[in-house]
Design a protein around this ligand. Structure first.
Ligand SMILES: Cc1ncc(COP(=O)(O)O)c(C=O)c1O
Length: 450
């Protein structure tokens, strides 16, 4: 096979650049300083995802990763996950379809959404997916009708100290509902094979998963007393990625709890990390379109009008997200920081980025770029089509070492990689092309006076 060196035509812009001695940051620098990249873009560092997956596995060897693809379902992310033997937590039939198109084994998917439509259930059944979750009596009745042979995991509530309280939406109450639901499933002759919980996304309490495991053990015991055997525990996601050692602390608690509550190696333990896997792999480089200096409460404030915003990929701002001015090589920067307000590109006055924190940046001009770190999770997935604004494209990069490990995996084709790339190659422009002729449709429309 020959590798197409410089085919970065629009259709192939998703191909990853294979880097020899360069980094993702070098690639971004070359694009910006090369001058041809005019629109905001992401870099996706495949090695960073690799490191995260390996670290997770090292810290929790008993646990198999079912990556929560809702956090980042870009093509290269999914292909990389498959090539590294990661399984999937899918939360819609669309997600299932997306990974099946990549030849993912349907038995490596858990449909981890406790509330599904009949169409979802039929689709999952026909796709040969094996497992799903439930937390209500209605769901059980639907499953009985549309997917009776499904292997079920009861989702229980087990909230930790988290930013996004999934327990307010999903998960039955351990004390008042769980046993009744298990009994109802048995009465319907459905197969409950395990317990699932999610401590909430971006969870900072180190022992939350332990509490979930304790509850899961009690329900395993209930089932065993009733003569029914469960064999899967799903500890969900929620792993914060802000500090590298946070997962180390959390994993100690989880490993200890597994030893105490589930010493039997026959019990399969899975997790559905999303944010932890992809958060740090991706950086947004966003350029400034306009600058306005205004006086607000006796302070000079720089209003910066960006080319991506709240309706694009910058919807959420987390405490660990960062923004800084991109420093051009060889330029001396004025390090004095001033308050900045970051406006997105739409005409909407709510389109303000990082509104919940004070943004301090050196003075910027309309030729500058800003760098937003930790943008890999729950970012591009939320971008809307509001006002026909384009979404930034992604430049994926991979080290030669990792490329050598994954390139022959069936999920990749040679055109997924560009060897010896010209790092300054821009991503295709998202600005619409001018139509060759301006057809006259015969409507009478008001025109503007010249
Ligand atoms: C069922 C389920 N599993 C896993 C995740 C991923 O969570 P996180 O990104 O916090 O790891 C989510 C997030 O919403 C979820 O709903």
């Amino acid at each position: 096979m020959t590798y197409d060196k410089l085919d970065v035509s629009p259709k192939n812009h998703k191909a990853a650049f294979v880097l020899q001695h360069a980094t993702a940051e070098d690639a971004a620098r070359a694009m910006i300083e090369g001058g041809k990249q005019k629109e905001p873009f992401y870099t996706f560092d495949m090695d960073e995802v690799y490191r995260r997956i390996m670290h997770f596995r090292k810290m929790m060897p008993r646990i198999q990763i079912f990556y929560a693809m809702k956090s980042n379902d870009s093509d290269m992310m999914l292909k990389l996950a498959i090539s590294l033997g990661v399984s999937f937590d899918c939360a819609s039939s669309g997600e299932i379809d997306k990974v099946l198109q990549l030849n993912c084994n349907p038995k490596s998917i858990i449909f981890a959404l406790p509330s599904k439509t009949p169409e979802h259930l039929i689709y999952a059944r026909e796709s040969a997916v094996g497992h799903t979750t439930f937390d209500t009596s209605y769901e059980l009745k639907k499953i009985k009708q549309y997917w009776p042979e499904a292997r079920l995991l009861l989702r229980i509530r087990a909230d930790g100290d988290c930013l996004y309280k999934l327990g307010e939406k999903f998960g039955c109450d351990f004390d008042t509902e769980a046993v009744n639901l298990l009994e109802e499933a048995a009465a319907l002759d459905l197969r409950v094979v395990g317990i699932a919980f999610h401590v909430g996304s971006a969870c900072s309490s180190v022992d939350s998963h332990t509490q979930g495991l304790r509850k899961a053990r009690a329900l395993f015991d209930h089932e065993a007393r009733a003569g029914r055997k469960m064999h899967i525990v799903d500890i969900g996601g929620g792993f914060l990625s802000d500090k590298m050692n946070r997962i180390d602390q959390v994993s100690k608690f989880i490993n200890m709890a597994l030893e105490e509550y589930f010493p039997d190696p026959e019990v399969q333990v899975i997790a559905e990390p999303g944010r932890y896997i992809c958060d740090s792999s991706t950086v947004l480089y966003c350029n400034i379109n306009n600058v306005r200096r205004v006086k607000k409460e006796n302070e000079i404030v720089n209003m910066l009008y960006l080319n991506d915003g709240l309706f694009g990929t910058l919807r959420y701002n987390e405490a660990w997200h960062t923004v800084e001015k991109f420093k051009m090589s060889g330029c001396k920067e004025d390090e004095k920081l001033e308050t900045a307000i970051l406006w997105g590109p739409s005409c909407d006055s709510t389109d303000r980025v990082m509104e919940n924190c004070q943004v301090l940046l050196p003075r910027c001009t309309a030729f500058d770029w800003l760098v937003f770190g930790y943008q890999g999770a729950y970012t591009f997935g939320f971008a809307s089509d509001f006002s026909c604004l384009p979404r930034p494209l992604i430049r994926s990069v991979v080290s030669e070492e990792l490329w050598a490990k994954i390139k022959n995996c069936m999920v990749f084709s040679p055109t997924d990689f560009v060897t010896n790339p010209d790092l300054s190659t821009p991503l295709p422009s998202r600005t619409p092309r001018i139509l060759p002729s301006n057809p006259n449709y015969g409507y009478t429309q008001t025109t503007l006076k010249l």
